[in-house]
Design a protein around this ligand. Sequence first.
Ligand code: GDP
Length: 354
Amino acid sequence: MAENKKLRTPIVCVMGHVDHGKTSLLDKIRGTAVVAGEAGAITQHIGATEVPIDIIVNKCGQPQLINKFIVPGLLFIDTPGHHAFTSLRSRGGALADLAIVIVDINEGFMPQTIESLQILKRFKTPFVVAANKIDRIPGWRTNPEKPFAESFKNQSENVQQLIDTRIYELVGELYKLGFNSERYDRVTDFQKNVGIVPISAATGEGVADILMILLGLAQKFLESNLRFDANNPGTGTVLEIKEEKGLGTTIDVILYDGTLKKGDTIVVGSLGNPIITKVRALLKPRPLTEIQTEEKFKSVNEVTAAIGVKIAAPSLEKALAGTAVRVAGSDNADEIAKEIKTELEQVTLPTGST
Ligand code: GDP
């Protein structure tokens, strides 16, 4: 039934070595929608950016695919990096449903990226490898914003060979880590093979392909994780604790299940006993399309997953980034506090090779 098929937006984390292009890729993904004349359709959340499905399929030049996908879009966590992925957890494992592992194609994987790949393997998180900075390959002819395959056709044979050599080096590295991989346009089964997409975060080449693969991965492998019920009590993860002028201590949260309302009692993880408090305000960034005032944020009465939101509430000073936020009912706050405390005590990375 169509109703049952409603999925929440998958949460995506960008991982990779410093300077390999994480921030540039996120900027490009945000900018892409603006360039397409669809500014406003992209939603800036607190700590995250949402790219709706229609922008992605249009960007890929395949608007007809809109009916093929049942995920509403993709939600990118704005804090890129290994740290964001490993420390941000949902109850089942990593907070991110999907990952982009970005690597400078001219440098190859660095130790920290290898560690990221091992963690993705343990969590069984589907991911795509973005082999970035193809525009730096000697002789590369730039075709701004084009899908990789189109741009690749316009390259000299030498350049094409060089790209393939570099990709096979990455394939070799991935194989040592237990992944089969291939250039993405040669992958027939993404369950068996990791796709490697050559891209340039600077020129936008290949970026559309990344978005399309992420949608495909979400749809194929995550359906059950993404099924959610807006009637569930809100559940999320704390991204950051921030002092805000006029608001006091606030927490930036990614909500990944249910609904969170102003006035709700919430339980928030802390180093000591979890904090039990009441939501005083729920805040979103003020959209750029609105008249800008002194106020950075816009207050809303409720939010539904998946979304990034700022919560203002008393007693948040000792909240801990990476821990849970859960809405409590009239009589279960203490019980939830106990659960969050136990979860926190148990948090260690899963060990073992699989
Ligand atoms: P991060 O540390 O992983 O977030 O990397 P950044 O996005 O900050 O990129 C590091 C540097 O590489 C910056 O100077 C970027 O402008 C540059 N850069 C990133 N992606 C590309 C690319 O595709 N091509 C080129 N030529 N430069 C890039």
